[in-house]
Design a protein around this ligand. Structure first.
Ligand code: HEC
Ligand code: HEC
Ligand code: HEC
Ligand code: HEC
Ligand code: HEC
Length: 228
């Protein structure tokens, strides 16, 4: 090899190293320092500041880098933003604690929900409320099928009983009469024709008008209950 060729060779080699190091750095530092949010805030969150959810990380830099390596290998769900903890249920509950939630996420840690955990990760708020999507609910409407397919009611008040709705797989109908958390104050109708249509529910999911009542048992806090 001539000297010139050798030099090119070395430059190429070095460039290769630099490029892979840069690549590695990008992978290890996902979304770096909250410089910019990955998308529009969800409904109701438009005016919240970033640090109400993204608290400072506890771990050392090394632990966080390791967490991100684990993420690359598929052993973690989310990368951690460098310098910030992963956002979890406790962050949401710090403003949305509803003691009478009919579907509290902690219940779904029980062994009998293992399959639902695998399928829709029902144990995390963010499985149905992914943030930075400019929406309210990021789940499909019919997910009730995962737990209520054996629903039996002694005295069913509906004109088309629940067993029939379920036999006919009308899972999109459920949210037309029930909210999920039971936080809205309203009376469920007994007439399936009066149920809100799926597209009204989807409009609500996507951030639009709520078909459910404006009255609620619990309001969201604007400041975390655990804020110092
Ligand atoms: C209501 C809570 C909440 C608020 C407020 C919030 N975020 Fe997030 N953010 C999340 C959640 C949940 C994720 C998903 C990843 C996770 O769980 O850490 C996320 C992910 C991110 C990510 C991608 C990195 C990753 O870990 O996936 C960045 C960057 C980010 N947010 C920046 C911001 C910025 C900038 C703001 C302020 C404008 C902000 N966030 C406000 C909840 C929030
Ligand atoms: C600092 C307090 C705070 C934190 C932390 C927070 N939220 Fe909120 N959230 C609010 C407020 C305030 C609203 C708007 C209140 C309203 O519209 O009733 C809201 C609205 C919402 C809504 C829409 C409610 C509606 O009826 O339109 C959802 C869904 C929601 N938050 C889920 C979450 C999830 C999931 C997390 C965790 C990733 C979270 N929030 C973290 C304060 C918070
Ligand atoms: C399996 C899906 C799922 C999970 C998990 C889930 N939600 Fe929801 N959430 C929904 C659906 C569907 C709605 C719309 C129906 C309704 O308003 O109840 C909703 C509505 C909401 C609302 C607006 C109505 C209200 O109750 O005031 C808030 C706030 C909310 N969720 C917060 C949370 C928080 C906080 C968590 C975790 C503790 C969570 N959700 C977990 C599906 C889910
Ligand atoms: C991960 C499992 C799971 C999913 C998914 C689920 N539920 Fe439930 N649901 C439960 C459990 C557990 C109860 C408590 C009743 C019990 O103890 O058997 C319940 C209770 C209810 C109740 C009765 C509440 C009361 O206070 O009497 C209604 C209504 C309901 N669910 C509707 C829905 C609807 C609508 C969906 C879909 C949008 C849904 N559920 C999705 C597990 C689930
Ligand atoms: C037309 C409205 C309507 C539709 C559609 C509907 N429900 Fe109901 N549901 C009701 C009413 C009304 C009750 C009785 C409430 C009461 O007694 O307080 C009820 C009760 C329930 C209960 C409580 C059962 C018990 O033993 O107390 C569950 C769970 C439930 N519904 C789940 C579902 C699921 C899952 C779907 C979708 C397949 C669905 N509902 C569709 C109106 C509806």
């Amino acid at each position: 090899m001539s000297n010139r060729k050798k030099r090119y060779h070395r430059v190429g080699y070095l460039t290769g190293i630099v490029v892979s190091l840069l690549g590695l750095a990008v992978l290890l530092y996902p979304e770096n320092n909250l410089l910019s949010a990955p998308g529009s805030m969800n409904t109701g969150h438009e005016t919240l500041s970033c640090n109400v959810c993204h608290l400072d990380a506890k771990g050392s830099l090394r632990q966080r880098l390791q967490a991100n390596v684990q993420y690359l290998f598929g052993n973690r769900n989310n990368p951690v933003v460098l310098g910030h903890r992963e956002v979890g249920n406790s962050d949401c509950l710090a403003c949305h604690d509803r003691p009478e939630d009919r579907h509290p996420v902690y219940r779904f840690l029980e062994p009998r929900y293992a399959k639902v955990r695998r399928e829709i990760q029902v144990q995390f708020c963010t499985s149905c409320h992914r943030e930075h999507e400019g929406k309210r609910v990021t789940q499909k409407t019919g997910f009730c099928v995962n737990c209520h397919d054996e629903l039996l009611m002694r005295k069913d008040p509906l004109d088309i009983p629940h067993v029939t709705l379920i036999k006919e797989k009308r899972w999109e109908s459920c949210l037309g009469c029930h909210d999920f958390h039971g936080n809205h104050i309203f009376t469920e109708t007994n007439h399936v024709k009066e149920a809100w249509a799926e597209n009204e529910i989807l409009t609500y999911f996507n951030g639009g008008k709520s078909p459910y009542s404006k009255k609620r048992h619990y309001q969201a806090l604007k400041v975390r209950s655990d804020a110092k």
